[in-house]
Write a protein that binds this ligand. Structure first.
Ligand code: PAF
Length: 282
């Protein structure tokens, strides 16, 4: 696996692969890799091409008082995992490379509407930070394909919309959430949970499963279902941020007959803010 940290060396290597006719696949990450990231890498390799994985803890997507400083940075371990996963190139730019003139005054890419909902409402500016850095990575790497986890469902839709509106010629693939045997969605932030909290954290998934079952049975009083789900989370020791039933295509509030739904939740447990979602087709 080739490791580079400058845009020049990244582009030189990519040009060589393109000349040889290889497709370029990109998995952008913030490192601290887990099975969910490795699944993205495997899915990418299965499609064939040269796999580029980026690791950059993007300060622009963290709000004041969030965990930017304490976000786990485990580069040596990540590098070893990516070698085994068959990545061809690891790109690890530093902040100066991504934001050479600093972040203040930097061009921002914002996706109106979608970015202000749900997680965007409690994390103002978060999705602008995500859309900006992913847009930059798309321009640096110019991948044919980019893969993202469906655990961050809202992020996936924001990125799809950003690429479509800016005519970036990349195919974006969403990959199903990887879960612990308990059902807990894998996330770097699970590390903030104590052993006891980790046991209790799987309730988030169970509550979403219950909500999904009710929807499949034809329940359509979404606000009542959301309230009941939030109540169950609070009872289980979570501080729910939101539980919401939305249209899967664009996260708008669905009508009673909508067949393609997604149920999404964000809730705090101890020091961790956990998110999860489930698609419901009916
Ligand atoms: O999902 C993440 O790890 C990040 O939000 C991403 C897409 C790498 C952008 O920094």
């Amino acid at each position: 696996m080739i490791c580079v940290d400058t845009i020049e060396s990244l582009r030189a290597q990519l040009a060589q692969w393109r000349r040889a006719g290889d497709r370029i696949l990109l998995v952008p990450t913030m490192g601290n890799l887990h099975q969910g990231h490795l699944k993205l890498a495997h899915e990418a390799k299965r499609r064939g091409g040269r796999l580029v994985v980026s690791i950059f803890v993007n300060p622009m997507q963290f709000g004041a008082g969030e965990d930017f400083a304490s976000y786990p940075r485990t580069l040596e371990r990540d590098r070893a995992l990516l070698e085994t996963a068959g990545a061809d190139l690891l790109f690890t730019p530093d902040e100066k490379t991504v934001y050479p003139r600093g972040r203040a005054g930097h061009v921002e890419v914002s996706v109106p509407g979608l970015s202000g909902e749900l997680c965007g409402a409690s994390r103002p500016g978060h999705f602008t930070g995500v859309a900006t850095v992913v847009c930059k990575l798309f321009h640096m790497v110019q991948p044919d394909l980019a893969l993202f986890g469906e655990k961050d469902f809202q992020q996936l839709l924001v990125i799809r919309r950003m690429a479509a509106d800016l005519d970036i010629p990349v195919e974006i693939i969403g990959v199903a959430t990887e879960r612990e045997p308990s059902g807990l969605a894998m996330s770097s932030r699970n590390q903030y949970l104590s052993e006891d909290e980790r046991q209790r954290a799987a309730l988030l998934y169970r509550v979403l499963q219950g909500l999904a079952e009710d929807l499949k049975l034809g329940e359509a009083d979404y606000p009542a279902l959301e309230r009941e789900a939030a109540r169950r989370l609070s009872e289980g020791g979570f501080a729910p941020d939101y539980v919401s039933v939305r249209r899967a295509a664009d996260l708008s509030v669905p009508g009673p007959e909508e067949p393609d739904l997604v149920v999404l939740a964000a809730a705090r447990l101890g020091k961790a803010r956990l998110i999860d979602n489930l698609r419901v087709e009916r």
